[in-house]
Design a protein around this ligand. Structure first.
Ligand code: FES
Length: 163
């Protein structure tokens, strides 16, 4: 991965313009972590080491802050993030079976990414569309009645992406 693609100096200047002098490094840290993840999909060790040097902040402190927030990832993630809702309504309407099927079909465990990076499979709590249960989300999209034709089309598109 080419970490030089992110110009940390200009990002620090841009974000820093909105942060007071007090505790400046901490104020910069979270937005920079977001920027790295946005550009690369996860926080690599290489990226965090570079950030540690740039902010003159111990690497252990950066890991500690980043680990506190569930939205940061430390391993590469798939091009499609598929989450099966395991809330009560979805559970009652077959989310568990759907999850099993996805694991078997793509040979991937919960929280894992297929070897070809096509898909990461996760579970999620209620996403607020219980009337459409069972629900899955794919990146930012919500697919209701997950046994539907839309789901099959989606799964086929992931398989095509796998080549
Ligand atoms: S329980 Fe799945 S959307 Fe609410």
């Amino acid at each position: 991965m080419d970490m030089d693609r992110i110009d940390l100096d200009s990002e620090i200047g841009r974000i820093g313009a909105h942060i007071g002098a007090q505790d400046r490094r901490r104020g910069l840290l979270i937005p920079l972590l977001h920027k790295i993840q946005e550009d690369y999909g996860y926080l690599s060790g290489e990226a965090l080491e570079r950030l540690s040097k740039k902010l003159e902040m111990p690497l252990s402190e950066i890991y500690s802050v980043a680990s506190f927030y569930h939205q940061f990832y430390f391993t590469p993630r798939g091009r499609k993030i598929v989450r099966v809702c395991m809330g009560t309504a979805c559970h009652v309407r077959g989310a568990g079976k759907l999850l099993d099927n996805l694991q078997q079909r793509f040979n991937v465990g919960i929280g894992e990414t297929t070897e070809d990076m096509a898909m990461t499979l996760e579970t999620v709590g209620c996403v607020g569309c219980c009337g459409l249960a069972p629900v899955i989300t794919v990146n930012e999209d919500i697919l209701g009645e997950a046994g539907s034709k839309n789901l099959e089309l989606l799964l086929e598109s992931i398989e095509e992406d796998q080549g």
